[in-house]
Design a protein around this ligand. Sequence first.
Ligand code: HEM
Length: 282
Amino acid sequence: MNDGTSALADLSPHDPPTSPFEGASPYDAYVRATVLNTLQAPLTEAADEMGFLVTTQVMELWFTLIVHEWRAARDAFTKDDLDSATEALVRSRRALEALNGSWRPIAGLTPAQFDGFRAAFGRASGFQSAMYRHMEFLLGDKSAALLRSHQGEPSVHETLREAYHAPSLYDEVLRFLHRQGLPVPASVHERDVTAPYEADPRVVEAWRRVYAGSQRHPLLPLGELLTDIAELVARWRFDHMMVVRRAMGARTGSAGSSGLAWLQARAARPVFPELWTVRDGL
Ligand code: HEM
């Protein structure tokens, strides 16, 4: 029988897979696993803290990948390269699915389990995640106040400042639609991109041209891909609220917000709003 076990047992010490490396293995040189695996430093002996910390770090890595893909998509739209933009958005959709699956290790935390380590991390909160804020800026959810809160970390602040001043992914989608002949008004495609994006009825009309009618519009797959992404972001926010509800009820958050009520208001903000309202009038 040649299963995995016997294949390993058959290896002689001189076979390439088992011969020792000079220094770090090529795997470690590439993946930096030994660095990555030194970054988990729980502050308590509580059994649930390691799962909480690793889940949070894993989500940070997914945020990094999603930002990478959304920036790639945004840059492709500026070149009218719909194929490359679509490929990056599809990759980001898979990353969002993985992100949302990452809630599982902490999805059942009880208040007693959470309180076993909550006091130890003090005022730390995901609210302070610069990479999550970068994601929101790319969605069009700009905030000068939230940018300012990162001023104390110059390198993080600089990256976020650049994202704040640049057009969002959705801004570039709408500029692309305009160049494709759809009626996106100048007040939208030439808007002040540092302001939070506000839904516009004339953009609903532009998407209506894509969604209405019996003939399949060539930009319909793009509309649906963006809707998938908007839905997955909404699902992350909802799952976060469920975890918060189970782990700490309606108590005040560690960053000082009202907690659940504040998160509910944040989660109510639609992503790519006109892609939802366009459905009302079809
Ligand atoms: C037991 C688990 C968790 C609880 C109880 C919790 C609780 C909270 C609360 C109460 C807030 C509101 C701000 C505040 O006052 O602190 C918040 C915000 C936030 N949390 Fe969590 N959280 C949990 C897990 C996570 C994880 C694993 C992440 C992943 C990085 C995360 C990311 C965020 C983000 C990005 C925000 C800001 C949301 C926004 O700006 O709209 N949270 N969290």
